[in-house]
Design a binder for this molecule. Structure first.
Ligand code: ADP
Ligand code: MG
Ligand code: MG
Length: 254
């Protein structure tokens, strides 16, 4: 079963074309990784899929669970099960993490036609999820991400993911800036989430995360296109030869 199918997707931001024909198919139960050097368009792709309003789609199509994704607003996409963990998680002063999580959770429940949880039932649920990411309960009563360290913000993103159980989780460099312990927690969270009914798209600049999460496919992004797809040997090849190797690949095919 196909979760998402991206065809010839082009997009621009501030009138600058960034995505130049992206093709990507993700089936249920699969973990995909996108690698590529800085500026190749990885974050742009994740924001376009999540429906960020600053990015204008100029061509191509995205079908998510049989539905035209591009016609849906960002909040509807989230309710339908697309989750984007940001490279730079946002701070929301004045809103407690607990309230934020409960509202997000209940809007997803509502979209699924399931019962919303009251504060007491939600508290039971969130305690279980905190264990997955080994987060202290005191984080719940603080404002969302405010004053959190880089690693704590990333962990908080994984907490949101564990709670919302998305159909497609997109992790944009959730591994960057993490020490080994935090990296393991992120990887455990992702590995616990994956099951035969959902899929993960993780974007990473480094090979490091791939020792903890085994993707089924690795894609290399270059100048707004996926120029190569392979298995984990592709990540090892990249690690060994560096991103300059990609330029050679592109020159060879031109
Ligand atoms: P990556 O995540 O792979 O590092 P991005 O998707 O963040 O790459 O960026 C891709 C390209 O788009 C970069 O060259 C970047 O400078 C450019 N870009 C991003 N935002 C804007 C913007 N608002 N205006 C013009 N160019 C932008
Ligand atoms: Mg699998
Ligand atoms: Mg990026």
């Amino acid at each position: 079963e196909t979760i998402i199918s991206v065809k010839d997707l082009t997009a621009r931001v501030d009138d600058v074309p960034i995505l130049k024909g992206v093709n990507l198919d993700i089936k249920a139960g699969e973990i995909h990784a996108i690698m590529g050097r800085n500026g190749s368009g990885k974050s742009t792709l994740s924001k376009v899929l999540a429906g960020h309003p600053a990015y204008e789609v100029t061509g191509g199509s995205v079908v998510f669970q049989g539905q035209d994704l591009l016609e849906l607003a960002a909040d509807i996409r989230a309710q339908k099960g697309i989750f984007l963990a940001f490279q730079y998680p946002l701070e929301i002063p004045g809103v407690t993490n607990l309230d934020f999580l409960r509202v997000s959770y209940n809007s997803r429940q509502k979209a699924k036609g399931l019962e919303e949880l009251d504060v007491f039932d939600f508290d039971d649920l969130i305690q279980d999820k905190l264990d997955i990411v080994k987060m202290d309960p005191s984080f719940l009563t603080r404002s969302v991400n405010e004053g959190f360290s880089g690693g704590e913000k990333k962990r908080n993103e994984i907490l949101q993911m564990a709670l919302l159980e998305p159909t497609l989780a997109i992790l944009d460099e959730t591994d960057s800036g993490l020490d080994i312990d935090a990296l393991r927690i992120v990887a455990d969270g992702v590995n616990q989430l994956t099951n035969p009914t959902n899929a993960v798209l993780m974007i990473t600049h480094y090979q490091r995360l791939l020792s903890y999460i085994q993707p089924d496919f690795i894609h290399v992004m270059h100048a707004g296109q996926i120029i190569r797809t392979g298995g984990k040997e592709l990540a090892l090849e990249l690690e060994e030869k560096g991103y300059d190797w990609i330029d050679d690949l592109v020159l060879d095919t031109n």
